[in-house]
Write a protein that binds this ligand. Structure first.
Ligand SMILES: NC(=O)c1ccc[n+]([C@@H]2O[C@H](COP(=O)([O-])OP(=O)(O)OC[C@H]3O[C@@H](n4cnc5c(N)ncnc54)[C@H](O)[C@@H]3O)[C@@H](O)[C@H]2O)c1
Length: 358
């Protein structure tokens, strides 16, 4: 395997820092460095830690071309810098314009960066590129305090018991966040064709683990467990306040193992877009997560809320069969290991929600 220098944008974020450490630990012959504008509350803690561990971390903003100009000799870029909230651009705290600059203009600059250096490009995209309307129309039934797919009903293309595949509908509405990622995907594919750049697009489902800067709108597993451990007020939002909404969950260290394969074998397959997630076996509802928290930390009250939020979806499970076939990849870290990872972190860092700006 030839020596590589990999630049991770958003290296001080939850996923960027985990991917950086996993690649460094498993591929010591590769150089991993990164940049971050430290806009996510909590990311400063990773900047200090990564530098102390010997990694090169530049304070830079992907929106600014002049911040990128001086970075040289990069063979691959992993684009992990974004505003990752599905409410970005429509909720308090960020404008649509800023979301476009962070998620779309930032990716455009990184693609130009790669073109000029003949570097490969990996986009961390999202399950949020799939249609909210089509997701919401999926037939679900309640089972054990969780929505589950009704397999006796007719299912649209790209949906099976394994989850939603790359064939699922990507038509609007997908949220402004989802739209920035879908546009980034298309741009990356065009750059790949036009300039013969190796490009991989990984549509990731929910990721979670220790050290995630969880908030109610992003990083829900981390937020819920930390808030439960602290006995902070918690509310089930949407779906009649039941907490039956379901997500599958994956640890970013599992993502990193696939990124390493994509970097090492850029000609291995022709399917550029892959779904990556914990899969049906890792799926859990918020109500079931609450049961897990009660067993781990003791009882705590969750209030049923009657409000609904835009973009809420009852059931999201990603079918990663294509990644399994093309890359011989499957997640190795179980859902319960992910939850326990967060719980132990919560015990060691009782101030984590404050550090995360919540
Ligand atoms: N966490 C998930 O569940 C999940 C799921 C699907 C996709 N993703 C994608 O993975 C990537 C990483 O997500 P995350 O959970 O680590 O989020 P995060 O907020 O923890 O990390 C993002 C990092 O990017 C930095 N950043 C933001 N804008 C920047 C800019 N303009 N210039 C430089 N740095 C900037 C932030 O300071 C932060 O450190 C994102 O692209 C996100 O859309 C995440």
């Amino acid at each position: 395997m030839r020596a590589m220098k990999i630049l991770i944008s958003g290296i001080c974020g939850f996923v960027g820092s985990s991917v950086a450490r996993t690649l460094r630990d498993h591929f010591p012959q590769w150089t991993v460095c990164g940049l971050d504008n430290l806009s996510r509350p909590g990311s400063e803690t990773n900047r200090r830690a990564l530098i102390a561990e010997g990694m090169s971390v530049i304070h830079a903003d992907v929106r600014l071309w002049s911040d990128l100009e001086s970075v040289r000799d990069i063979s691959w870029v992993i684009d992990a810098s974004a505003n990752p909230s599905v409410l970005a651009g429509v909720g308090a705290g960020s404008s649509p314009r800023q979301l476009l600059e962070y998620n779309l203009e930032g990716t455009t600059n990184l693609l130009e960066f790669c073109r000029q250096r003949c570097a490969g490009f990996i986009l961390l995209s999202t399950s949020r590129v799939y249609s909210i309307r089509s997701f919401s129309a999926l037939p679900v039934v309640e089972q054990n305090r969780a929505f589950t797919l009704d397999l006796s009903a007719a299912l649209p293309p790209g949906v099976s018991a394994e989850g939603v595949s790359e064939e699922f509908d990507t038509s609007p509405p997908v949220s402004l966040y989802g739209a920035t990622k879908r546009c980034s995907e298309l741009l990356a594919l065009e750059y790949s064709e036009a300039f013969n750049l190796p490009v991989w697009i990984n549509r990731c489902g929910v990721m979670a683990g220790a050290g995630q800067f969880g908030r109610p709108d992003q990083g829900i597993f981390s937020y819920w467990i930390h808030a439960w451990a602290r006995k902070r007020p918690l509310r089930f939002i949407g779906f009649g306040g039941t907490g039956f909404q379901v997500r599958d969950v994956m640890h970013p260290a599992d993502l990193a193992r696939l990124l390493a394969k994509q970097i090492a074998h850029p000609s291995r397959c022709t399917q550029r877009i892959a779904n990556l997630g914990g899969g049906a076996g890792s799926a859990i509802s918020l109500a079931q997560l609450s049961d897990w928290c009660a067993a781990r930390f003791g009882a705590h009250m969750v209030t049923p809320g009657d409000e609904t939020r835009p973009f809420d979806i009852p059931w999201v499970v990603l079918d990663a069969t294509a990644a399994q076939k093309n890359w011989d990849w499957r997640p190795e870290i179980s859902r319960d290991a992910v939850l326990e990872d967060i719980a132990s972190h919560a015990e060691k860092h009782p101030d984590w929600l404050e550090i995360s700006g919540v």
